[in-house]
Write a new protein. Structure first.
Ligand code: NAD
Length: 497
């Protein structure tokens, strides 16, 4: 890894967009505020004509919600420059090269360049090719491409995109963002597993009954109907974020914590995923689509009535699935995943359910023991809860469930860096651990492709099958019931309760 206080020119393609304004400018600001950057400048690139001054005003505005966001905002914004640019025109890249060269010399950036593509994916290939063709990547320092999801739409389209960007950047220079990997508690999975003697020996099929990964949203599709219609929850969430969390939960301990070692263990975990044949999909995966409903006294529309959505759409807004990992550690342990929009709660959490003890000495009318659970709360709560059984106070021997909780919300939430802040910093330092390698992307797409192909050929006549603001479709509960399991209600497992 390079020095801990990196320097470089960050070129943001799509600098007038939502991602740049909501996430990227505030993240760079926090790095600046904390003194984590040595020398830096930012060139924003987008179609709209703007002067540097107007662009700097936008940047300052994007900081308005940050605590202390006005401190040195003027000085911070002075590092930002704008170039109005159509990414499909090669002439524009020649001007951009000239700007980059000047800023390099002015700020002493050693020729280090981050190309951040905060734009629609159909432009990724063209931009990478133009960066190479017009010599923007001929630089004395590092050159890295940071690229947003979605990375393709299927294995074939991802491969095609990868081949295009590989003409300009080597695999080591490509930083594929999965912002879940920047989240504090997702990064904590490895630490919880590999630094605690009470967990690692139990982390296998002998002691774990099943693992449940849930990512639920209360929001609907909002303004993204056009994108979502071609994606659905499977491609939007499962192929990337959920499979990444499964890989971190399932992988073997790496021999050391370098990016190569961690990634190769994740790749091995993904290689062990049992593929789901097209005609077997219904036994392992179920889907849902939200209908009308309400939340907080507000009426909510059906997915099919959202802007830019087909009135007979077959797109899933909810997915639940059962994954099996065919290796020594995990044989027979189901990993259940679920994700959906317009559910009753916003929450991402992992529940590790341990097997029951071999004999319950405390059976009786009031004496049912709960299984031990390790809950990793990822968002909005951040923390860990361990669910145990203990003696109820009093003279009789009666059991009662108790919980041990560590909650980041009360300890250091304020200091928890945003995922994008960490990931941007890592990309400038050359630490690729929390980015997805092509091998991971390829394996995830291959796994997901057979499911999406089955769903595309067979319309779901039950859609819409869950009301907005509900727990999701009944078929998700049925999926676990067949195995004698049930979904742990996340809202009851929050760190506070
Ligand atoms: P957006 O539509 O708000 O912004 C797109 C940007 O691209 C704008 O700055 C626009 O001017 C620019 N642009 C479009 N066509 C152009 C052209 N021909 N030449 C030059 N500039 C052009 O999109 P967004 O929400 O910021 O998302 C950008 C990318 O990030 C997408 O791939 C999206 O899937 C991904 N993403 C966004 C978020 C988010 O929170 N917004 C989260 C995860 C991933």
């Amino acid at each position: 890894m390079e020095n801990d206080k990196p320097s470089g020119l960050i070129m943001i393609f799509g600098a007038t967009g939502d991602l740049a304004n909501r996430k990227l400018f505030p993240s760079i600001y926090r790095l600046f505020q904390k003194g984590k950057l040595n020398k830096f400048a930012v060139v924003g690139v987008a179609r709209r004509p703007l002067t540097n001054e107007q662009f700097q005003e936008n940047v300052k505005e994007s900081l308005s919600d940050i605590a202390g966001g006005q401190d040195h905002a003027e000085e911070f914004a002075s590092h930002f420059y704008y170039h109005s640019h159509d990414v499909t025109s090669s002439e524009s890249y020649i001007q951009l090269k000239d700007i980059a060269g000047k800023l390099d010399a002015q700020y002493g950036l050693l020729g280090n360049r981050i190309f951040y593509l905060a734009m629609a994916p159909e432009f990724f290939g063209t931009i990478a090719e133009q960066i190479k063709a017009q010599g923007l990547s001929d630089t004395a320092g590092y050159k890295r491409l940071v690229i947003e999801k979605p990375f393709g739409h299927s294995f074939e389209s991802a491969k095609e995109l990868n081949e295009k960007i590989r003409t300009a950047f080597s695999e080591e220079e490509i930083y594929r963002i999965d912002h879940y990997l920047g989240k504090e508690m997702v990064q904590n999975i490895e630490v919880i597993r590999f630094s605690n003697a009470i967990f690692e020996p139990l982390w296998n099929s002998r002691y774990i009954s099943n693992i449940q990964v849930t990512s639920s949203e209360t929001l609907g599709v909002e303004e993204r109907g056009r994108y979502y219609e071609n994606s659905g929850a499977l491609r939007d969430m499962v192929q990337n974020h959920l499979l990444q969390m499964v890989a971190l939960l399932a992988m073997e301990p790496p021999i050391r914590l370098t990016d190569d070692e961690v990634r190769s263990e994740k790749v091995r975990a993904l290689r062990s995923l049992r593929p789901v044949a097209k005609d077997e999909v219904k036994n392992y995966f179920v889907r849902g689509q939200y209908g009308p409903g309400s939340a907080g006294g507000k009426e909510l529309p059906a997915y099919r009535d959202e802007h830019n959505v087909d009135s007979v759409s077959n797109t899933e807004t909810f997915v639940a699935g059962k994954l099996l990992i065919d290796n020594f550690r995990w044989a027979g342990v189901p990993f259940y995943i679920r994700t959906g929009k317009r559910l009753e709660a916003k929450s991402t959490a992992i529940v590790v359910q341990f097997k029951d003890i071999p004999m319950n000495l405390y059976y009786g009318a009031e004496q049912v023991l709960n299984p031990n659970l390790l809950v990793i709360h990822i968002q909005p709560d951040e923390g860990i809860t361990l669910h145990l059984n203990a003696k109820k106070a009093g003279k009789d021997i009666e059991t009662t469930p108790i919980t041990l909780t560590v909650s980041n919300n009360s300890i250091d939430r304020i200091n928890t860096p945003e995922a994008y802040e960490k990931l941007l910093f890592d990309s400038m330092r050359g630490d690729a651990t929390n980015f997805t390698h092509w091998d991971e992307v390829a394996l995830s797409w291959k796994f997901v492709d057979s499911i999406s192909e089955a769903w595309e050929t067979e319309k779901d006549s039950s859609f819409p099958n869950y009301p907005s603001g509900s727990k999701g479709p009944e078929c998700a509960s049925e999926l676990l019931k067949k195995d004698g399991h049930f979904w742990w209600p996340i809202e009851k497992l929050e760190t506070g309760g």
